[in-house]
Design a binder for this molecule. Structure first.
Ligand code: ADP
Length: 375
């Protein structure tokens, strides 16, 4: 086990820079996911840690040792890829022990380590089978077994579940998390799937265009996204955003929302571009009239016949446990998720009330930094 420290890492392919000075501290035994849209540099970063790509600038340390110029085989890491081609003519045991055998590990030691890894992964009953006689999940476990037998300091995963069907993906997600709890090894896991990132990680690194946007625990990112990008990327369905202005003691009072409600005198509110008034529990200092973006997660809309803003329903999607409603509010589409069953039809009007204490504000300019709301 080991910590992984990345300092001011840079990387270009030819003249094109793709990693622009990334610094991340991964603690010994931590499960960290790297998440971000396709092309943001996650795999490149992982491959640099593995030693499969050169470092353009900066430093990578594994267990305190600078490994910039250390060959992959000497880094004491194991990598699990998305395509985990197993040797079709070798048994599960053969596949799992192959790397050790190649390294000249004595046969008995190989057998012992394979048996131990198989036990951890629930593969003991199928050790003598060929890959074609395994289910997709079992094959994926064999791929992980190959990594585990090497007993590495750090496990690196590059979208290992992308080729599996949805149900199996959810199951394997839990299995990898359990595996981490059992092995307590440092694990770095690349995914573009924010649900995977949220459910598995101790901490998440959100990347965009070769930079780190935010590092934090899953619920920290969910509850306090550093900027509009993270707010929109983490969470599904995504956060709703409204452009407009903050109103504290000024213009807000003259604005009338769709229900004909006036903003309460002296209270903070948010006035969207079409003049709809959205509630706020407070406002940033000196922000009256300031252009901003109002963010609200779908579960923070409630159906409130008294204080709700009339929204025209466009789509209703029941999932059984909850209902997702897409409706037009403040001149745009918003998404609401309700635990109670909602019996509305497209075209009908639903009074939707944003929970003011759950609303976020972001800077309208630049990187869309999150603004602190003082209530
Ligand atoms: P991600 O894993 O987040 O999808 P990658 O790390 O694969 O992103 O890629 C980051 C950027 O680097 C992308 O713009 C991609 O096109 C580019 N890139 C990746 N590998 C190479 C390569 N071998 N040669 C040139 N450009 C590359």
């Amino acid at each position: 086990m080991a910590s992984v420290t990345i300092h001011d890492l840079r990387k270009s392919y030819g003249a094109t820079p793709v990693i622009h000075g990334v610094s991340i501290d991964i603690r010994d035994g931590e499960f960290v996911t790297l998440v971000g849209p396709s092309g943001c540099g996650k795999s490149t970063l992982l491959r640099i840690i593995a030693g499969l790509e050169d470092v353009g600038g900066g430093e990578v340390r594994i267990g305190g040792r600078v490994v910039n110029d250390v060959a992959p085989k000497d880094r004491d890491i194991a990598m699990v890829f998305q395509s985990y081609a197993l040797y079709p003519h070798m048994t599960v045991a053969g596949n799992m022990g192959f790397a050790l055998t190649l390294k000249g590990t004595p046969k008995r030691a190989v057998t012992e380590r394979v048996a131990r890894a198989a036990e951890v992964l629930g593969l003991t009953p199928v050790l003598d089978r060929l890959p074609r006689h395994l289910s997709g999940g079992q094959r994926q476990r064999v791929a992980m077994g190959r990594a585990i037998v090497r007993d590495p300091q750090v496990f690196l995963f590059d979208e290992p579940l992308s080729n599996l069907d949805a149900k199996l993906r959810v199951q394997m997600r839990t299995e990898i998390k359990e595996l981490h709890q059992r092995l307590k090894s440092t694990m770095i896991y690349v995914t573009h799937d924010q649900i995977e990132a949220m459910t598995m990680a101790d901490r998440i690194v959100v990347m965009r265009d070769g930079i780190v946007e935010q590092v934090g625990e899953p619920l920290e990112l969910y509850d306090r996204p550093a900027n509009r990008f993270v707010a929109g990327f983490i969470g599904s369905p995504a956060m709703n955003f409204f452009e407009g202005r903050i109103a504290v003691n000024g213009e807000g009072h003259t604005a009338v929302n769709g229900a004909g409600h006036m903003a309460v005198n002296g209270a903070a509110s948010f006035v969207t571009k079409d003049g709809t008034v959205l509630p706020l529990a407070g406002a940033p200092p000196d922000s009256d009239g300031r252009a901003a973006v109002y963010g609200l997660r779908p579960e923070h809309l409630s159906i409130d016949p008294e204080r709700g803003i009339p929204a025209q329903v466009a789509v209703v999607e029941p999932t059984g446990s909850e209902t997702m409603v897409v409706a037009r509010l403040a001149g745009q589409e918003v998404v609401g998720v309700f635990r109670d069953r909602v019996t509305v039809r497209p075209g009908e009007t639903l009074p939707l009330r944003p929970d003011p204490s759950a609303a976020h504000l972001f800077d309208a300019e630049g990187g869309g930094r999150r603004l602190t709301i003082l209530s």
